[in-house]
Structure formats: structure tokens, C-alpha cells
Design a protein around this ligand. Sequence first.
Ligand code: SF4
Length: 306
Amino acid sequence: MVEIIKIEIVTGFSCNNNCLFCSVGDKLRSFDKTTKEVLDDIDRAVLEKPEEINFTGGEPTIRRDILELVSYTKNKGIREIRVTTNGRMFSYDKFTEMMVNSGLTGAIFSVHCPDAKLHDSLSGVGGSFEQTMKGLKNLHSYDKTIDINTVITSKTYKFLPETMEMIKDYIRSVCLIFPTIDGHIKENKFLIPRMKDVEKYIHKAIDILKDAGKQGWTLNYPVCFMKGYEEFSSMTELQTKMFWPHMDTNLDEKRKGDNILVNACKDCRYRLVCIGVMKGYVDVMGDKEIKPVKGEIVKDPREVYG
Ligand code: SF4
């Protein structure tokens, strides 16, 4: 049984952005938990003694009760209290100050490209890039820990190095996320990049982060595309539980359920430890670009991470 160190509470799906690649579909977007439901989730989470509780959505910072949720969690003695956010609300100085005073210890910002026009066309909201970047700098000015989620799309992957250059001074780490094929991106398949095409840009992004003393890692991206960068692919357990509306999931079990090994995998040295390829990706893009990595069989991910 893997120890859970982080619990993500999905507070609902309302959002002030409308990203073309959002993994939440239109039907869900108006659903939000009540305050009592989230407080009950916090109580349940506390029983598991996690190191961190993270509020996610949708966009948790647009909830009227977000300050109450953060301070309630703080009073329960949880060490790390964070939000996963598009960051726009943090562009308001007073909001950032109140969140910090309520007990927020950090945030995971979504930043996908360095170009305001492209960013806003993907987020569906004019001015959102400017607000996100101002929000990032505002929270950084309180010396809070900021990690970044960068979703890789066909329109943005070539800008990955520039994106890293833009944010590297404000952050601790970047998760380079290959998009899950769910929600809006199913209607916008042109945004799904080819795994092979993004390979060199991911490597360059990781180099930039490494040189800056920051950490980069990939999600939903198999290790066969990470030659020389194997230690930055996510083969180890995430040790995270998510409290969705009406159900809880263990992210590691969910990943195993959503991913498959393809034909090429049977000759690959990573086949015993690899999380595989997202089934949704193979359904749309096929599996021809997946090539086995030759060599001695790896039996434990720790052999890769050293
Ligand atoms: S097992 Fe398959 S998906 Fe995993 S690294 Fe090997 S070829 Fe790639």
C-alpha cells in the first residue's frame, strides 16, 4: 500500500478561463461543491494525515469561500496548503495578501506559453496572460513556493524553452504535462501534439530548468522519448489522492487504468516499470512513433532515478 502524501480536493468545475485544451468537459463546468461539502472533504482529508492539501478545480480561487477553506485547513494543522490555479485572481494585490494571511503556503500555476496573444486565444479570455503573470509575481513576492503546470499543445510546444526562461526565476519546479485526451481537447484535436515532435523541446526545457537550479519533470509522457533525460520522467508513484464530487481516486491507480502498453513495449527494457501510453492518445494518434528502448530490463524505477 503506497503512502498518500498529498490530497487534492476538487472544489468544483466553474472557471474564469475557458481553455481549448481543458480536460473538463462543458457539461461539468457549472458544478461546484457547497462550502459544507468542501469542509467535510477537508475533515476527511485530515484523517489521512497528508503533508499537503491542495484545492483544485475548475478554478478554486473564484469561490467566495476560498479564504474560509484555506484558514479552516490551516487550523487543522496541515503543513502545506496550496491551490492549483490559472493565477488570475492573484493579480489582485489584496486577494493575494488575504490568501497568504489565511494560511496559503504556495500554489501551482498554469502557464502554457510566453506569448500573450497565443495564451489568450488558448485560454479563451483576453488579458488572462497578463493577469496570470502578474499573479505569479505577486505571490512570489511573499516568498511562497510556486510550482508550474505547463500543458503541452501543438501550438505551444516549440515555445517550451522560452516559457521556461520566462518563469524560471519565480518558481521551484515545472511539470511538463502531455495533455490527457478528455474534455475540450476532444473537440479540438488539432491541439494534440505528436509525442515524437515535442521530444527535443522537452529536453531543452529541462536543461534550462536544471541550469537555473530548478526542477523539471514530465507527466503522461513515456520514458522512451526521454533518452538521456530518463530521471525526469514520472515513473514513480505520485502518492496523491483526489476527492472528486461523489468519489475519491488514487492518482497512481487511475494512471494505470488510463494507460496501456502497446506492441512495441514488449521488446522494451522499461516494460516492467513504465506507466505506458495514454489510451486516449493512441486512439487518436496511433502508436507508430512508440519505439522500444533496447537494453537490460529495468525492474525497479529506482534504477532510473539512482
Ligand atoms: S514500455 Fe512502451 S511506452 Fe514504456 S518506454 Fe517502453 S516502449 Fe515506451
